[in-house]
Design a protein around this ligand. Sequence first.
Ligand SMILES: [Zn+2]
Length: 249
Amino acid sequence: MTDAEELLGMVLMSAPAGDYDKRVVILTKERGKITAFARGARRPKSAMLAKTQPFAFGVFRVIEGKNAYTLLGAEITNYFMDIREDMVRTCYGTYFLEMAAYYGRENDPALDMLKLLYQTLRALCLGRIDDRLIRCIFELKMFVVNGEYPECFRCVVCGKKDGLGHFSSRLGGVVCHECKAGIHPLYPVDGSVLYTMQYIISTPVERLFTFRVTEEVRKSLRKIMDIYIKDHIDREFHSLDILKTLETA
Ligand SMILES: [Zn+2]
C-alpha cells in the first residue's frame, strides 16, 4: 500500500462527483497538476467542504491510487476570500486558475507556476495595481515559466539590441527597424512598452507586482498579449467571456 503524501498546492477546479464526493484538480509544487477525490466533501458538515474550493492554498494530504489521488485532509493557509467577494476579481482569479490548469502537467513539479499563481492572486486581493495590468503581467510571466515567452531583448531576425520598435507574434519577439521590411503583421512597440515587457520577463515573481504603467502602455501591452496568446494558446477561456460582459456593463 502506498503511503500518504503531503503536497503544497492550490485548488484549481472543483466539481461534484457521485452523491457526496468532490473531484478536485490541484496544482502542487511536488507533483504538478493532480486530480484527487475528496470522499464526502459535499456533505454539509464536512471539514473538506471549504478546503476543496477553488483558490484554497495550503498543504494537501493525499494518497495515490491507480488513476487518481484520494484527498485525506488539508491545512489551508489562504482561502483568498477577498477575491470571491467581488465578481470581477472572481473572473480574473478563475481565469488565472484556468490558465494554470491548461499549462500544469502531472508529475512535473510546478514550484514556479504555483509561486506565480499565489503572488498574482495576492496582488488581486491587495488591489494596489489595476486588475487589467495584473492580468497582462500574469500572462507574460506564465509564458516565461513555460519557456515559450517572446524574445524582447534582441531582434529575432538579426540579433541586434537596439532600434527594437516592432513586435512579430509569428516570429516570436521584437524586430528592429532594419529588419522590419517584408514582415507581416508587425505591431509597434515603443520604449516604455518594451521596457515593461523586459521587466516582467526578468524580474522574480516576488517583486513583480510593484509597478504601474500609463493607460497607453497598458493598452499596447494588452494588444500584444492578445495577439501572442491567440497565436500560442489553442483554447478559449470561459472566464474571459464573463469578464467581457462585466467590464463593458
Ligand atoms: Zn534586426
